[in-house]
Design a protein around this ligand. Structure first.
Ligand SMILES: [Mn+2]
Length: 353
């Protein structure tokens, strides 16, 4: 919260209203599903409802607590309305709905001047502290274990949904609070859908299978992808796999403090272009990872954000070819003063099962 306060003068704000739950969790410790947090220069006020009275007592630190009886926005209005003068309150435009904004404006009309808070909290979140790094490392380790454990279940006749269910079960059995996003199992032609949902389709012989999964542990996410082959891959498929692997290695080697995020993406794209595969790489190379499974920084084309020690990002180039299938290899790395250090540890060898 003190780091957020340091930004008040640049934002020309007296306070910051935090509405996005992962941001609230980051600043206060609260892991529930309904809250507002008002950070002012001299104090912070946390608002939730009566479902969370006990949980708040245990989790929330560094704030006054208000249990709202008639809605969180109303409680906020009740707090600010008696204030003298006009308060300049920043908020993140991306995380307030049109309806919430209308309620804030009607409830606080002349009392508050709302100002753009930019991505202030998300920027703070991009650099992880040692406790956060330990949580992400453990989540990544858990996912690597899950991948190793489910390999024997990856066989012809098992449906994509069955396999996804096995993965989700394995996550919880290892202490994860759940998958960090809907587990992807995509086989054969469906593997060419970069974000396929698992279907009742059985895995078939001589098919690519993309397994993309992540776990939440102590609130923090991991995210990893492996692509395996059922049967004996053709020369063409092996070449595709090795091009994606080489692209991933090039991107990982480009990770360094001070390097623009877009340079990491460019490194992966250069390798695929040399292999005449650039047009099959239809997404960005990676994204930040933390309390959310997609957060800052984005490792996309032309992204100027400089990487910094303590950031955690995914490196996940892929190619998706209609009629052939898709191949993606994804690992989580932390940016350190000596380059990328890997957090996910499963083999990247092309497994033919
Ligand atoms: Mn990812």
């Amino acid at each position: 919260m003190d780091r957020l306060r340091l930004r008040f003068s640049a934002l020309r704000a007296d306070a910051f209203l935090v509405t996005h739950l992962p941001d609230i969790r980051y600043l206060s410790g609260f892991s529930g599903s309904a809250a507002l947090l008002l950070v002012e220069e001299s104090q912070s006020t946390f608002f939730t409802d009566s479902r969370y009275t006990l949980q708040t007592r245990q989790e929330v630190q560094g704030c006054r607590i208000r249990i709202a009886k008639h809605g969180l926005l109303r409680a906020l209005s009740d707090l600010l309305h008696p204030r003298r003068g006009r308060l300049r309150v920043a908020y993140s435009l991306a995380h307030v709905t049109v309806a919430q904004r209308a309620a804030l404006l009607s409830g606080l009309g002349q009392r508050v001047r709302w100002v753009d808070g930019l991505h202030s909290v998300e920027e703070l979140r991009a650099i992880k502290d040692p406790g956060e790094l330990a949580a992400i490392r453990d989540a990544a380790e858990l996912s690597s274990d899950v991948f190793r454990a489910i390999i024997p279940n990856v066989k012809p006749g098992v449906s994509e949904l069955d396999l996804a269910a096995e993965i989700d079960h394995a996550i919880r059995r290892r202490g994860g609070s759940g998958p960090s996003f809907d587990t992807i199992v995509a086989s054969g032609p469906r593997s060419a859908w970069a974000h396929a949902r698992p279907s009742s389709k059985p895995l078939g012989k001589n098919e690519l299978v993309v397994l993309d999964h992540g776990a939440i542990l102590r609130g923090y996410s991991s995210d990893m992808t492996r692509t395996v082959f059922l049967g004996r891959p053709s020369r063409r498929v092996r070449q595709l796999y090795h091009a994606v692997l080489e692209a991933q290695e090039a991107a990982r080697a480009a990770v360094w403090p001070g390097v623009a995020a877009g340079e990491v993406d460019a490194a992966a794209r250069r390798v695929l272009r040399r292999n005449h595969l650039a047009r099959y790489f239809t997404h960005s190379t990676g994204h930040g990872l933390g309390l959310e499974v997609h957060e800052m920084p984005r490792l996309g084309r032309g992204e100027a954000t400089p990487l910094a020690a303590g950031m955690v990002v995914t490196i996940e180039p892929g190619v998706y070819i209609e009629g052939v299938g898709g191949i993606r290899i994804e690992d989580d790395v932390v940016v350190t003063s000596t380059g990328a250090v890997e957090l996910t540890r499963a083999t990247r060898e092309f497994l033919a099962l």
